[in-house]
Design a protein around this ligand. Structure first.
Ligand SMILES: Nc1ncnc2c1ncn2[C@@H]1O[C@H](COP(=O)(O)OP(=O)(O)O)[C@@H](O)[C@H]1O
Ligand code: SF4
Ligand SMILES: [Mg+2]
Length: 329
């Protein structure tokens, strides 16, 4: 049983500037499943397509972004949704906040700077379930945020009166008012210092344990995945390079790009800087042919320059896209 099944998804940005059209192949043939009750991590360096992928699977597809191919199917408890076919009305009424919550990069986007936190809660709850009993609403909101370990007085604060870490926790608390089946968080700890990060990550883990929902956690920070995720997808230039349980990604990475990511993680107490990859991340308006990693790969072969490697299963729950790897090996 899967909560979400994404098949062969292609989503490109098509822009036209001064009559010159440009296509950015941000998500190019991505297939994966999300299982109920897991924390699934999406990793990869900046501009590899992580945010674009979650925009599509959360139904935030607006020009210049276009989903060209593939399917994005949800199996919620009561009904099924095809995200590429759903109407905006149904998305707003039945899916957003209730089944899928999206904590965007930068918590301020959901918090209105001129409204107290309690008013933002009221706005969101009221759009789905008319608040008739104000006292009960206040009580329920207090219980909700206390359950997540936040102090009641944040409700009377304006966003600018809270620290960055507290604002991010409030954004996560807002995302969970309706106990959605899926919580998507995009770089929730980026820009927070390490101690504050720990609190936010613990909150995400606690929510998952308390409510049993699925969490899709997007971050370029591999240390965060190591601490939180059950499985990790490594994206490179709009495609999946590798996907495996977190332990396998960190203890036995197979794809040369994943190996680079893992080996360049600093060890505790280490001072020396690690070797970086040669070359720059590819331009997705004109990506390399064949394996998109080939200009930077230390093991590149002739076939890599012309043929796209398939994403194959090397073990149960472990998939890799590399010409060096054979099925079941
Ligand atoms: N609105 C946009 N118009 C055109 N290109 C975009 C737009 N948003 C993102 N891109 C491009 O799509 C690619 C993937 O970006 P993104 O999904 O934001 O990556 P990530 O979240 O991994 O940093 C990048 O090349 C980026 O420049
Ligand atoms: S397919 Fe070739 S270029 Fe790509 S990661 Fe594997 S060995 Fe390197
Ligand atoms: Mg991003």
């Amino acid at each position: 049983m899967t909560l979400l099944s994404v098949k062969n998804l292609r989503a490109y940005y098509r822009t036209e500037v001064y009559g010159i059209s440009r296509t950015v192949q941000a998500v190019d043939g991505v297939s994966f499943d999300l299982l109920p009750n897991e924390i699934y991590g999406v990793a990869g360096e900046s501009s590899c397509g992580k945010t674009t992928l979650i925009k599509v699977i959360s139904g935030n597809i607006k020009p210049p972004l276009k989903a060209l191919e593939g399917s994005v199917n949800y199996n919620f408890d009561d009904y099924k949704v095809d995200m590429l076919q759903i109407s905006q009305e149904e998305l707003r009424q039945n899916v957003r906040w209730k089944e899928i919550s999206y904590v965007m990069q930068g918590s301020m986007s959901v918090l209105n700077p001129v409204r107290k936190i309690i008013e933002t809660f009221r706005d969101i709850v009221d759009t789905h379930e008319r608040i008739t009993d104000k006292k009960k609403f206040l009580e329920q909101t207090r219980t909700h945020i206390n359950r997540l370990g936040l102090p009641t007085d944040v409700l009377n604060a304006y966003p600018h009166q809270l620290s960055g870490g507290m604002r991010q926790r409030v954004a996560i608390a807002l995302a969970t008012v309706f106990q959605p089946a899926l919580i998507i968080a995009d770089e929730p700890t980026t820009a927070l210092d390490v101690v504050v990060q720990r609190g936010v990550l613990q909150m995400i883990k606690d929510i998952q344990t308390l409510s049993g929902n699925t969490v899709l956690l997007v971050t370029h920070d591999m240390a965060v995945h190591a601490n939180v995720a059950d499985r990790v997808m490594i994206m490179y230039a709009g495609r999946i390079a590798e996907e495996a349980p977190t332990e396998s990604i960190f203890n036995a990475p197979i794809h040369p790009y994943t190996q680079h990511l893992i080996h360049s993680l600093p060890m505790i107490g280490e001072r020396s800087t690690k070797a970086s990859l040669k070359g720059a991340p590819p331009n997705l308006a004109n990506p390399p042919s064949g394996c998109r990693f080939h200009p930077r790969c230390p093991y590149v072969m002739d076939v890599c320059r012309t043929e796209v490697p398939d994403l194959i299963s090397v073990k149960e729950r472990h998939r890799v896209a590399c010409h060096l790897v054979k099925e079941g090996s």
